[in-house]
Design a protein around this ligand. Structure first.
Ligand code: PMP
Ligand code: GLN
Length: 491
């Protein structure tokens, strides 16, 4: 009942999961660039950790229940790592909670914070799970749109290629209520756009939380892609945290070639935090520890989305209600997987495949795959960010804009076919993003995710949310190259 009305229909994941199952059977050329899971094995050291954990027959057998708030070996590892990231001593027993994936961490955070009628701020577009989790807690989602800097002929004429998503802090300020805002969900690196929020944007959020929001307001910082920052943001003045160039770019409508001219994806950029390159932990900002719950999981980092171990880290007064709720949700997350992760984490810091650490290897791998896929999309007419020219990208999705050129390739009758899982299409017409994705999987054998599920209903009704498709590059080179060949039929 809390979800209300149409919110209980099939999700984009069930619908496109069904299409993936169907077309992987019927089409030998099928390429799944949809749901965000890598189609390769986790690194050998992670698999070995799992095997050794499973074969461990000492008294601390990992095959039975463990501590509800988190397996001791894992919470100790996590506390040690976050103590470094956040530059403070994190208490493994009181300030860490282990959950079934980041999804359950989010659920528990929202259930313990939100009371009916409380408002929760979301930056739009957003990972679709948030909306219904807020509603399940009785909360009201309040949307703050990120500003899209339009593509400028995809950079083909030189200058600013556009395609970035920017937080205008006054839009956040306007939506914050000193009495009603209970939480702000921040997701950086961001699903679906790939945006990495700049240090300056994060400082703006922190300032607004301090100045405008009431003391009850907590930031839920979803950092599941924190080890995938393939184009680090611009370094900022560490005293002021401000990056004036960015502000100028925004005031001038995004066109500041001086930023773009001076930044390349890996050079000229001082990495912000040594223990997690290119990523800013929101809880590490001044005065933010006390009002931040940091959420993450192992799935993206170790190419093991099925492991489903997640966690939240925060001050004891915010973690304690989660510890109290956990045993009523389930006794504990899988012990053997927690033990495997505890054994995996120290190994990931060591040299790997010629790189200083596994994390460096991972970023390089994703940078290459991103370039392979973005070129393939650009070649057939999609507008994609110019990753070399603009800083601040992470995660493993490209949010590609559907240009007039691509739209012309879509047979017009496809837009007359509204889809059952897409009930909110204005005026009974089919949404462009859904129609295109459906046609692409049927005719080209390439599955991508439509953009409208990542926007609010109001934005969808304005027709402003169906201009993009989300394309995953956490796929083998073989899959991406096969998709690139199939996509050529579009051109
Ligand atoms: N947050 C974001 C932004 C995501 O993309 C996902 C999808 N994996 C999750 C949370 C959920 O992560 P998990 O699989 O660990 O529950
Ligand atoms: N986070 C993944 C994605 O965005 C998985 C989504 C899901 O399973 N709900 O593709």
């Amino acid at each position: 009942q809390r979800l209300g009305g149409t919110a209980t229909g099939p999700t984009v994941w069930s619908e496109f999961g069904r299409l993936a199952a169907e077309y992987s059977q019927s089409n030998n050329n099928f390429s799944n660039l949809g749901q965000g899971f890598p189609d390769w094995l986790p690194p050998e050291f992670a698999v070995q950790s799992l095997v050794s954990a499973a074969l461990d027959t000492t008294s601390s057998s990992p095959h039975q229940y463990t501590r509800t708030a988190g397996h001791p070996n894992l919470v100790k590892q996590l506390a040690k790592r976050y103590s470094k990231h956040l530059d403070r001593q994190v208490d493994p027993m009181a300030e860490v909670a282990v959950t079934v994936g980041a999804s359950q961490a989010l659920y528990l955070c929202l259930q313990t914070l939100v009371r009916p009628g409380d408002e929760v701020i979301l930056f739009e577009p957003f990972f679709d799970l948030y909306v219904n989790q807020i509603k399940l807690a009785g909360g009201i989602p309040v949307y703050v749109p990120l500003t899209f800097v339009p593509f400028n002929n995809n950079g083909r004429d030189g200058g600013d290629s556009g395609g970035r998503w920017i937080l205008e802090s006054n839009k956040l300020r306007d939506k914050i209520s000193s009495t009603k805002t209970r939480a702000i969900i921040l997701n950086s690196p961001h699903n679906p756009t790939g945006k990495v929020f700049t240090h300056s944007e994060m400082l703006d959020i922190a300032q607004i939380v301090t100045e405008v929001a009431g003391p009850q307001c907590v930031v839920l910082s979803d950092e599941v892609y924190k080890y995938i920052v393939h184009s680090p943001p611009i370094e900022v003045d560490s005293n002021t945290g401000k990056n004036d160039q960015e502000k100028t770019a925004l005031q001038e409508g995004g066109g500041d070639s001086s930023i773009n001219g001076s930044i390349s994806s890996s050079s000229n950029t001082k990495r912000t935090t040594s223990s997690c390159p290119g990523h800013v932990h929101f809880a590490s900002l001044p005065n933010m520890w006390e009002r931040t719950l940091t959420i993450s999981s192992a799935g993206k980092t170790f190419s093991a989305t099925g492991w489903q171990v997640g966690w939240c880290i925060g001050p004891a007064h915010l973690i304690s209600p989660i510890h109290q709720l956990l045993p009523y949700v389930q006794f504990c997350a899988s012990t053997v997987i927690q033990e495997a992760l505890a054994r995996t984490l120290p190994r990931a810091d060591e040299a790997y495949e010629g790189y200083a650490s596994y994390y460096e290897y991972l970023n390089e791998k994703y940078r290459r795959k991103r370039d392979l896929l973005s070129k393939a999309l650009q070649d057939v007419g999609f507008a994609v960010p110019d990753y070399d020219a603009t800083p601040g990208w992470g995660g493993f999705f490209i949010f590609a804009q559907i240009t007039e050129e691509v739209r012309r390739a879509l047979p017009s009758h496809r837009l007359q076919m509204p889809h059952c899982a897409n009930p909110a299409a204005p005026g009974g017409r089919a949404r462009l993003d859904w129609a295109l994705c459906q046609w692409m999987v049927e005719e080209l054998g390439v599955l991508c995710i439509p953009s409208s599920p990542f926007f609010s209903k109001d934005r969808a009704l304005e027709g402003a949310s169906d201009e993009f498709i989300r394309v995953a590059f956490c796929k083998t080179d073989e899959t991406i190259e096969r998709a690139a060949l199939s996509l050529r039929k579009l051109a």
